[in-house]
Design a binder for this molecule. Structure first.
Ligand SMILES: *Cc1c(COP(=O)(O)O)cnc(C)c1O
Length: 372
């Protein structure tokens, strides 16, 4: 049996974190427990974890090329990274990123914990300058929801102020398409609610790092702030990650095809997908990502009203938020609280694993109905 680190990612997600003792089940059993009989390796779950956490962390750490720690949600993971900052720190945050991250940063700034500097996703020079003064450089690429691309490699390679931390929200790319730790990031963060879980049935988050010191700091935050993953969620995340490579491969192939068809549709005014040659970040995405992902953002004629009509006209595609699941989901992002600044007719489509022609038929009939 090859060492897991030398396996390709598609094999690693299947093989890592398994039980190997004769007579044991192939999968780590779901064990609802808070505490254990004293005298063994584990006493209490918040501090000592469970076999399922360990297995999940082994798989994700293997994919990211570091050590992983699981949390109760993506935001639990992100807040734990922010918790590593000393009072009065400066955070460099993209001018577009996940609204929960923006909210957390602004909330902490309002409470006097840190100051936040927003930098355009694509402004590599400004990011490189920020590495000299910021205590936390936070990247998210591709960005949510406009799919803008940062030059992650160049920014990770820039000299940083001593002690400064660089984190990448790797939720949209997943470690199958982008491995920030290998480029020099201190943290790679994912909402495991999305591609890892993959079935819209749980929340989880994960932070990976290759620094033992940073790992200890995060572990302390997990123990003290207590954003710990539930037993069922850990089991479902592990179940989900076994098929993540397969799901992603299928969904991003379909996304490429749907993006091309949307771009050619007369009712669609802009199609944003990093795989399209027309995307402003296409060349960078090609150089830096293993795949272009499963999210498409597109604007249609007829404004918010037409976009709302389209959302209620789709059948196979679910009118729902979130992303990265087996089922395709779509929503008008400007209708989301705090996202009113986005183009009014912009629809964010998360492509699932359904048949490409069935998905296209659904989009096409909904576009036609929205046009009336
Ligand atoms: C969903 C999401 C999060 C937050 O994750 P939760 O699991 O919902 O807490 C963070 N970043 C990105 C890019 C996301 O899409």
């Amino acid at each position: 049996m090859k060492d897991h680190q030398s396996l390709n990612a598609e094999s690693l997600v299947v093989a890592a974190g398994r039980q190997r003792a004769p007579g044991s089940p192939l999968n780590v059993p779901l064990v609802p427990a808070s505490n254990f009989i004293l005298g063994g390796d584990r006493e209490y779950v918040r501090g000592d974890g469970t076999d399922t956490w360990d297995a999940l962390e082994t798989v994700i750490g293997g994919l990211e090329g570091g050590n992983a720690l699981v949390f109760s949600s993506g935001m639990g993971a992100i807040a734990s990274v922010f918790d590593q900052l000393a009072a009065g720190s400066v955070i460099a945050l993209p001018d577009e990123c996940y609204q929960g991250t923006v909210g957390l940063a602004e909330d902490g700034q309002a409470k006097g914990r840190w100051t936040v500097k927003r930098i355009a996703v694509e402004d590599t020079d400004e990011w490189i300058r920020a590495c000299n003064y910021a205590d936390l450089v936070w990247l998210e690429s591709p960005s949510n929801p406009m799919l803008r691309i940062s030059d992650v490699k160049a920014i990770c390679a820039a000299p940083r102020k001593p002690g400064a931390l660089l984190a990448v929200d790797n939720t949209f790319a997943t470690p199958l398409n982008q491995r920030p730790l290998e480029l020099g990031a201190d943290f790679s963060v994912q909402s495991a609610t999305k591609y890892i879980g993959g079935h819209s049935d749980m929340l989880a988050g994960v932070v990976s790092t290759s620094s033992p010191g940073l790992l200890e700091g995060l572990k302390a935050t997990r123990v003290y702030a207590g954003a710990t993953l539930g037993s069922l969620e850990a089991f479902l995340a592990l179940r989900g990650i076994r098929t993540m490579a397969l799901r992603l491969e299928r969904a991003q192939k379909t996304a490429m095809e749907l993006a091309s068809r949307l771009e050619a549709h007369p009712q669609v005014t802009i199609t944003r997908y990093p795989g399209l040659a027309s995307h402003p970040g296409h060349e960078l995405a090609r150089a830096q990502l293993g795949g272009f992902g499963t999210i498409i953002s597109f604007d249609i004629q007829g404004g918010a009203e037409a976009a709302d009509a389209m959302c209620t006209s789709v059948g196979l595609i679910q009118h729902a938020t979130s992303l990265g699941a087996v089922e395709s989901t779509m929503e008008r992002r400007a209708a989301v609280h705090g996202q009113e600044h986005l183009p009014p007719s912009m629809l964010r489509l998360s492509v699932g694993i359904e048949n490409v022609d069935d998905l296209w038929d659904d989009l096409e009939q909904a576009l036609e109905r929205g046009a009336k």
